[in-house]
Design a binder for this molecule. Sequence first.
Ligand code: ADE
Length: 273
Amino acid sequence: MRLDVVTIFPEYLEPLNVSLVGKARARGQLGVHIHDLRHWTYDRHNTVDDTPYGGGPGMVMKTEPWGEALDQVLADGYESGASGPVLVVPTPSGRPFTQELAVELSERPWLVFTPARYEGIDRRVVDEYATRIPVFEVSIGDYVLAGGEAAVLVITEAVARLLPGVLGNAESHRDDSFAPGEMANLLEGPVYTKPPRWRGRGIPEVLLSGHHGRIARWRRDEAFRRTTLNRPDLIERCDPEVFDRHDRAILAELGWRELPDGRFGRPGRAVEE
Ligand code: ADE
Protein backbone atom coordinates (compact mmCIF):
# COMPACT_ATOMS: atom_id res chain seq x y z
CA MET A 1 0.00 0.00 0.00
CA ARG A 2 1.12 3.54 -0.77
CA LEU A 3 0.30 6.49 1.52
CA ASP A 4 0.77 10.16 0.71
CA VAL A 5 0.15 12.88 3.28
CA VAL A 6 0.11 16.57 2.38
CA THR A 7 0.41 18.75 5.49
CA ILE A 8 1.81 22.03 6.80
CA PHE A 9 3.32 20.08 9.73
CA PRO A 10 5.37 17.24 8.21
CA GLU A 11 7.04 16.64 11.61
CA TYR A 12 3.61 15.80 13.08
CA LEU A 13 3.72 12.59 11.02
CA GLU A 14 7.02 11.40 12.60
CA PRO A 15 5.20 8.67 14.56
CA LEU A 16 4.71 6.89 11.22
CA ASN A 17 8.39 5.88 11.58
CA VAL A 18 7.71 4.00 14.81
CA SER A 19 6.21 0.71 15.95
CA LEU A 20 3.82 -1.25 13.73
CA VAL A 21 3.59 1.31 10.91
CA GLY A 22 7.35 1.96 11.03
CA LYS A 23 8.07 -1.77 10.79
CA ALA A 24 5.60 -2.22 7.92
CA ARG A 25 7.48 0.58 6.09
CA ALA A 26 10.85 -0.99 6.84
CA ARG A 27 9.59 -4.32 5.47
CA GLY A 28 8.30 -2.65 2.31
CA GLN A 29 4.65 -3.45 3.02
CA LEU A 30 3.82 0.24 3.20
CA GLY A 31 5.33 3.16 1.28
CA VAL A 32 4.79 6.48 3.09
CA HIS A 33 5.42 9.85 1.42
CA ILE A 34 5.02 13.04 3.49
CA HIS A 35 4.78 16.36 1.64
CA ASP A 36 4.96 19.93 2.96
CA LEU A 37 2.02 21.88 1.53
CA ARG A 38 4.07 25.10 1.74
CA HIS A 39 6.29 23.70 -0.98
CA TRP A 40 3.47 24.72 -3.33
CA THR A 41 3.33 28.38 -2.20
CA TYR A 42 5.17 31.18 -3.97
CA ASP A 43 4.82 34.27 -1.76
CA ARG A 44 7.28 35.44 0.89
CA HIS A 45 5.13 34.18 3.74
CA ASN A 46 4.27 30.80 2.20
CA THR A 47 0.61 31.60 2.66
CA VAL A 48 -1.78 28.65 2.70
CA ASP A 49 -4.88 30.31 4.20
CA ASP A 50 -7.14 33.30 3.75
CA THR A 51 -10.28 34.85 5.28
CA PRO A 52 -13.60 33.07 4.66
CA TYR A 53 -16.06 34.37 2.09
CA GLY A 54 -19.23 35.39 3.90
CA GLY A 55 -17.27 36.39 6.99
CA GLY A 56 -16.95 34.60 10.28
CA PRO A 57 -14.10 33.52 12.50
CA GLY A 58 -10.98 31.65 11.49
CA MET A 59 -9.22 31.09 8.21
CA VAL A 60 -9.81 28.78 5.26
CA MET A 61 -7.08 26.85 3.42
CA LYS A 62 -6.60 28.16 -0.12
CA THR A 63 -7.38 26.23 -3.29
CA GLU A 64 -4.14 26.84 -5.24
CA PRO A 65 -1.52 25.18 -2.96
CA TRP A 66 -3.80 22.15 -2.44
CA GLY A 67 -4.56 21.86 -6.15
CA GLU A 68 -0.92 22.01 -7.19
CA ALA A 69 0.15 19.68 -4.39
CA LEU A 70 -2.46 17.04 -5.19
CA ASP A 71 -1.82 17.23 -8.94
CA GLN A 72 1.86 16.60 -8.36
CA VAL A 73 1.41 13.92 -5.68
CA LEU A 74 -0.98 12.03 -7.94
CA ALA A 75 1.25 12.43 -11.01
CA ASP A 76 4.35 11.24 -9.08
CA GLY A 77 2.46 8.28 -7.64
CA TYR A 78 1.18 7.15 -11.05
CA GLU A 79 4.68 7.67 -12.45
CA SER A 80 6.14 5.30 -9.87
CA GLY A 81 3.54 2.64 -10.71
CA ALA A 82 0.85 3.27 -8.07
CA SER A 83 -2.80 3.05 -9.12
CA GLY A 84 -6.30 3.32 -7.68
CA PRO A 85 -5.80 6.37 -5.44
CA VAL A 86 -8.45 7.48 -2.99
CA LEU A 87 -8.48 10.83 -1.24
CA VAL A 88 -8.96 10.66 2.53
CA VAL A 89 -10.00 14.02 3.95
CA PRO A 90 -10.02 14.14 7.77
CA THR A 91 -12.73 16.49 9.00
CA PRO A 92 -15.11 16.60 11.96
CA SER A 93 -17.91 16.85 9.36
CA GLY A 94 -16.95 13.53 7.76
CA ARG A 95 -18.47 10.09 8.10
CA PRO A 96 -17.49 8.34 11.32
CA PHE A 97 -14.31 6.28 11.16
CA THR A 98 -15.19 2.70 12.10
CA GLN A 99 -13.51 -0.69 11.88
CA GLU A 100 -15.64 -1.32 8.81
CA LEU A 101 -14.22 1.76 7.09
CA ALA A 102 -10.71 0.75 8.19
CA VAL A 103 -11.24 -2.61 6.44
CA GLU A 104 -12.53 -0.83 3.32
CA LEU A 105 -9.53 1.52 3.20
CA SER A 106 -7.10 -1.37 3.85
CA GLU A 107 -8.30 -2.91 0.57
CA ARG A 108 -7.27 0.16 -1.43
CA PRO A 109 -3.75 0.26 -2.88
CA TRP A 110 -3.14 3.99 -2.45
CA LEU A 111 -4.42 6.51 0.12
CA VAL A 112 -3.80 10.26 -0.21
CA PHE A 113 -4.48 12.18 3.02
CA THR A 114 -5.21 15.92 3.18
CA PRO A 115 -5.15 16.91 6.87
CA ALA A 116 -6.29 20.54 7.20
CA ARG A 117 -5.64 23.21 9.81
CA TYR A 118 -7.78 26.27 10.49
CA GLU A 119 -11.47 26.02 9.50
CA GLY A 120 -10.79 23.50 6.75
CA ILE A 121 -10.04 23.53 3.03
CA ASP A 122 -11.92 25.57 0.40
CA ARG A 123 -14.73 23.23 -0.68
CA ARG A 124 -13.82 23.44 -4.35
CA VAL A 125 -10.73 21.31 -3.74
CA VAL A 126 -12.73 18.27 -2.59
CA ASP A 127 -15.35 18.88 -5.30
CA GLU A 128 -12.62 19.00 -7.96
CA TYR A 129 -10.84 15.78 -6.95
CA ALA A 130 -14.14 13.97 -6.36
CA THR A 131 -14.66 14.16 -10.14
CA ARG A 132 -11.42 12.19 -10.63
CA ILE A 133 -11.02 9.75 -7.73
CA PRO A 134 -13.07 8.42 -4.80
CA VAL A 135 -13.10 10.79 -1.82
CA PHE A 136 -13.70 9.72 1.78
CA GLU A 137 -14.36 12.55 4.23
CA VAL A 138 -13.72 10.95 7.59
CA SER A 139 -14.21 12.01 11.22
CA ILE A 140 -12.42 10.11 13.98
CA GLY A 141 -14.91 11.21 16.64
CA ASP A 142 -17.35 13.80 17.86
CA TYR A 143 -14.80 16.37 18.97
CA VAL A 144 -12.84 19.04 17.14
CA LEU A 145 -9.07 18.72 16.84
CA ALA A 146 -6.78 21.62 15.94
CA GLY A 147 -5.97 19.83 12.69
CA GLY A 148 -6.36 16.58 10.79
CA GLU A 149 -2.82 15.23 11.35
CA ALA A 150 -3.72 13.27 14.50
CA ALA A 151 -6.63 11.77 12.54
CA VAL A 152 -4.18 10.65 9.82
CA LEU A 153 -2.13 8.84 12.48
CA VAL A 154 -5.25 7.16 13.88
CA ILE A 155 -6.58 6.08 10.49
CA THR A 156 -3.16 4.90 9.28
CA GLU A 157 -2.58 2.75 12.35
CA ALA A 158 -6.03 1.15 12.16
CA VAL A 159 -5.58 0.46 8.43
CA ALA A 160 -1.93 -0.70 8.52
CA ARG A 161 -2.54 -3.41 11.09
CA LEU A 162 -5.10 -4.95 8.73
CA LEU A 163 -2.65 -5.29 5.82
CA PRO A 164 -1.65 -8.87 5.03
CA GLY A 165 1.47 -9.88 6.97
CA VAL A 166 1.66 -6.74 9.13
CA LEU A 167 0.39 -8.32 12.33
CA GLY A 168 2.29 -11.46 13.31
CA ASN A 169 -0.74 -13.65 13.75
CA ALA A 170 -3.26 -13.64 10.91
CA GLU A 171 -6.05 -14.42 13.36
CA SER A 172 -5.22 -11.54 15.70
CA HIS A 173 -7.89 -9.25 14.32
CA ARG A 174 -10.64 -11.81 14.14
CA ASP A 175 -11.51 -11.18 17.81
CA ASP A 176 -11.02 -7.39 17.73
CA SER A 177 -13.76 -5.31 19.27
CA PHE A 178 -15.80 -4.10 16.26
CA ALA A 179 -14.42 -6.78 13.92
CA PRO A 180 -17.01 -7.09 11.14
CA GLY A 181 -18.64 -10.51 10.92
CA GLU A 182 -21.75 -12.41 11.78
CA MET A 183 -20.89 -12.37 15.50
CA ALA A 184 -22.44 -9.82 17.83
CA ASN A 185 -20.31 -6.66 17.89
CA LEU A 186 -19.12 -6.70 21.48
CA LEU A 187 -16.28 -4.95 23.27
CA GLU A 188 -13.41 -7.23 24.25
CA GLY A 189 -13.32 -8.17 27.91
CA PRO A 190 -10.32 -8.08 30.27
CA VAL A 191 -7.04 -9.90 29.62
CA TYR A 192 -4.36 -11.18 32.03
CA THR A 193 -0.77 -12.40 31.96
CA LYS A 194 1.86 -13.60 34.45
CA PRO A 195 2.44 -13.36 37.37
CA PRO A 196 -0.58 -15.28 38.68
CA ARG A 197 -0.74 -13.04 41.80
CA TRP A 198 -0.02 -9.33 41.88
CA ARG A 199 -0.60 -7.13 44.97
CA GLY A 200 -2.95 -9.71 46.32
CA ARG A 201 -4.95 -9.92 43.10
CA GLY A 202 -5.35 -13.26 41.37
CA ILE A 203 -6.71 -14.06 37.95
CA PRO A 204 -10.06 -15.70 37.11
CA GLU A 205 -9.79 -19.44 37.82
CA VAL A 206 -11.36 -20.43 34.50
CA LEU A 207 -8.37 -19.04 32.57
CA LEU A 208 -6.14 -21.64 34.28
CA SER A 209 -8.54 -24.51 33.59
CA GLY A 210 -7.21 -25.34 30.12
CA HIS A 211 -10.85 -25.90 29.13
CA HIS A 212 -11.13 -24.00 25.82
CA GLY A 213 -14.92 -24.13 25.65
CA ARG A 214 -15.35 -22.73 29.15
CA ILE A 215 -12.71 -20.07 28.53
CA ALA A 216 -14.42 -18.93 25.31
CA ARG A 217 -17.76 -18.78 27.13
CA TRP A 218 -16.26 -16.79 30.00
CA ARG A 219 -14.68 -14.34 27.55
CA ARG A 220 -18.00 -13.84 25.83
CA ASP A 221 -19.78 -13.26 29.16
CA GLU A 222 -17.17 -10.66 30.09
CA ALA A 223 -17.63 -9.05 26.66
CA PHE A 224 -21.37 -8.72 27.39
CA ARG A 225 -20.58 -7.16 30.79
CA ARG A 226 -18.12 -4.64 29.36
CA THR A 227 -20.42 -3.79 26.45
CA THR A 228 -23.43 -3.31 28.75
CA LEU A 229 -21.36 -0.92 30.85
CA ASN A 230 -19.60 1.12 28.16
CA ARG A 231 -21.54 0.68 24.90
CA PRO A 232 -25.11 -0.48 25.51
CA ASP A 233 -25.99 0.91 22.06
CA LEU A 234 -24.02 -1.98 20.51
CA ILE A 235 -26.29 -4.51 22.21
CA GLU A 236 -29.43 -2.59 21.26
CA ARG A 237 -28.30 -2.64 17.63
CA CYS A 238 -27.46 -6.36 17.59
CA ASP A 239 -29.46 -8.72 15.44
CA PRO A 240 -30.88 -11.02 18.16
CA GLU A 241 -30.34 -14.01 15.81
CA VAL A 242 -26.70 -13.99 16.92
CA PHE A 243 -27.56 -14.63 20.58
CA ASP A 244 -27.54 -18.26 21.75
CA ARG A 245 -29.31 -19.60 24.83
CA HIS A 246 -26.40 -18.81 27.11
CA ASP A 247 -26.09 -15.26 25.69
CA ARG A 248 -29.75 -14.70 26.47
CA ALA A 249 -29.20 -15.89 30.05
CA ILE A 250 -26.28 -13.52 30.61
CA LEU A 251 -28.19 -10.65 28.97
CA ALA A 252 -31.12 -11.29 31.34
CA GLU A 253 -28.71 -11.29 34.29
CA LEU A 254 -27.39 -7.92 33.12
CA GLY A 255 -30.91 -6.47 33.04
CA TRP A 256 -31.67 -6.85 29.32
CA ARG A 257 -35.12 -7.96 28.14
CA GLU A 258 -36.30 -9.06 24.74
CA LEU A 259 -38.47 -6.31 23.23
CA PRO A 260 -41.56 -6.96 21.06
CA ASP A 261 -39.43 -6.45 17.89
CA GLY A 262 -37.02 -9.18 19.05
CA ARG A 263 -34.17 -6.79 19.85
CA PHE A 264 -32.86 -6.33 23.37
CA GLY A 265 -33.44 -3.34 25.61
CA ARG A 266 -33.27 -2.50 29.27
CA PRO A 267 -36.55 -1.45 30.88
CA GLY A 268 -36.46 2.07 32.25
CA ARG A 269 -33.72 3.20 29.89
CA ALA A 270 -34.26 5.10 26.67
CA VAL A 271 -33.24 3.17 23.58
CA GLU A 272 -30.46 5.10 21.87
CA GLU A 273 -30.78 5.51 18.15
N1 ADE B 1 -10.06 17.51 12.19
C1 ADE B 1 -10.49 18.18 13.27
N2 ADE B 1 -11.27 17.41 14.04
C2 ADE B 1 -11.33 16.18 13.42
C3 ADE B 1 -11.99 14.97 13.71
N3 ADE B 1 -12.76 14.82 14.80
N4 ADE B 1 -11.83 13.94 12.86
C4 ADE B 1 -11.07 14.09 11.75
N5 ADE B 1 -10.43 15.21 11.42
C5 ADE B 1 -10.55 16.27 12.24
